[in-house]
Design a protein around this ligand. Structure first.
Ligand code: NDP
Ligand code: 2IT
Length: 445
């Protein structure tokens, strides 16, 4: 459709160097062509033009002093993308690769993902090019305090509620929360993923990985299949990968490979998750160390080699564009039946095409990894009520939300003439709620 093409051209003209953002926009706009034709009122109200432009973008200097007394300078970001259905909500990524375009792609995806959860959360994302790797706890604390000293002006429990992402886990959220409270003298649910002693929710730590498996299970069930007896490959070995491994195993699958950005491990008899947790969550070591404890496992340099491991189900849980066309072809050749994304945008567009053309069930991140932010929404809910639910209560709600997301996405795919195309279905189902809210609120932004 001409309209969507011209919107794309405008985005490219303004921000052509933000390739990850353009990639995310392209996928969504392509899915929305039929929606634009069906709902001319959204075209007239400029919804499509408005949704690709963040409501607000904040960039700031973050200075801190390292353990040697040297002054270090990083760049901080918060992109407040869309508040049509609730306060901005989304994680903070701490990784040296973070640029404005990275945060924009993540914030854009977050709009649709959060909408799919059914909870009242707008879309946002933030972060910094700070690298927590190799830093002492004190250095991480000083960075987080400096980062929050500026960020606190822009966020609040009814305005914008950040959380974790790559490089931001419980430790970083704790330091940031402490600084927010100190500066604002306000004990409030301004961040999610908090520790359980100060307002965190049970299951938030596990939520993205568990939710991914609940979603994948729904995808498999719809085809009369399940995790039972399946060989599963999971990339990454961080928060999402660890709890995806745990739930896969509980559901009867066997995880045989995990990775980090340096390489991957293969353990035919199944990954020893307790060891991975000790190495990664406690000691913050490299995945390579695993083979020192299990001589029958193998370590291979280079993270993308993990897709050569034969499997029935692949769950990319590391980072964007980590699964390319060639890897997708290898997965198909090896008989893989399902790919579901724990990470955000891990599969390249040409790889998605290969998977879909070959009948591999494919669960896009916006739908499949929404369990993390959904449980953040449940944390906000408990904070507002000054109450906390049991592990079982939160887990049950998470399971229900993931089943609902699968249902909404597959029904939209069906309605728009491409049953099984969950990319189309998730994008459309996520979009329609936002569009209706923006339409009803007039041209406010
Ligand atoms: P963690 O920081 O806990 O773990 C990240 C993992 O991915 C590590 O194993 C890391 O390896 C690997 N990784 C990171 N960057 C790269 C890279 N450039 N190349 C190769 N490997 C890389 O993060 P999470 O587990 O929280 O996040 C993983 C993915 O899931 C991200 O895409 C994130 O956006 C997404 N996600 C996270 C949610 C959450 O609740 N945490 C919710 C929804 C999505 P190394 O240690 O070598 O860097
Ligand atoms: O990508 C994501 O959905 C997250 N990193 C979680 C965001 C959140 O607010 O819990």
């Amino acid at each position: 459709m001409k309209l969507l093409e011209s919107i794309r051209e405008k985005v490219v003209a303004m921000d052509g160097e933000q390739d990850e953002f353009i990639q995310a926009v392209d996928e969504v706009l392509e899915s929305l062509e039929q929606v634009a034709a069906k709902y001319p009122k959204y075209v007239e109200a400029g919804i499509f033009e408005r949704i690709v432009e963040p409501e607000r973008q904040i960039m700031f200097r973050v200075s801190w002093v390292d353990d040697n007394g040297k002054v270090r300078v990083n760049r901080g970001f918060r992109v407040q993308f869309n508040s049509a259905i609730g306060p901005y909500k989304g994680g903070l990524r701490l990784h040296p690769s973070v640029k404005l375009g990275t945060v924009k792609f993540l914030g854009f995806e977050q709009i649709f993902k959060n909408s799919l959860t059914g909870l009242p959360m707008g879309g946002g994302k933030g972060g910094s090019d700070f690298d927590p790797k190799g830093k002492s706890d004190n250095e991480v604390m000083r960075f987080c305090q400096s980062f929050m000293t500026e960020l606190q002006r822009h966020i609040g429990p009814n305005t914008d509620v950040p959380a974790g992402d790559i490089g931001t886990g419980g430790r970083e959220i704790g330091y940031m929360y402490g600084q927010y409270k100190r500066l604002r003298n306000d004990f409030t649910g301004v961040l999610t993923g908090k520790g359980l002693t100060f307002g965190g929710s049970l299951v938030r730590t596990e939520a993205t990985g568990y939710g991914l498996c609940y979603f994948t299970d729904e995808m498999l069930k719809a085809k009369g299949n399940s995790f039972e007896g399946k060989t599963v490959v999971i990339s990454g070995s961080g928060n999402v990968a660890i709890y995806a491994t745990e739930k896969t195993t509980e559901l009867g699958g066997k995880v045989v490979a995990l990775s980090d950005s340096s390489g991957y491990i293969y353990h035919e008899k199944g990954i020893d998750l307790k060891l991975v947790q000790q190495l990664k969550e406690v000691e913050r070591k490299r995945i390579k160390e695993y083979v020192k404890h299990h001589p029958d496992a193998q370590y291979h340099e280079g993270s993308t080699g993990i897709w050569n491991v034969k499997c029935d189900i692949a769950l990319p849980c590391a980072t964007q564009n980590e699964l390319d066309k060639q890897s997708a072809e290898t997965l198909v050749k090896n008989g893989c039946i399902a790919v579901a994304e724990g990470a955000n945008m891990p599969t390249t567009p040409d790889a998605i095409e290969v998977l879909q053309k070959n009948g591999v069930l494919y669960g896009p991140g916006k739908a499949a990894n929404a369990g993390g932010v959904a449980t953040s929404g449940l944390e906000m809910c408990q904070n507002s009520a000054r109450y906390s639910w049991s592990f079982e209560e939160v887990d049950e709600k998470l399971k229900q939300i993931m089943a609902d997301i699968y249902k909404k996405s597959s029904e939209a795919a069906e309605e728009f003439g491409q049953p099984d195309n969950l990319v189309l279905g998730a994008n459309i189902a996520g979009f329609l709620k936002i569009a209706e809210a923006m339409y009803a609120q007039g041209v406010a932004y």
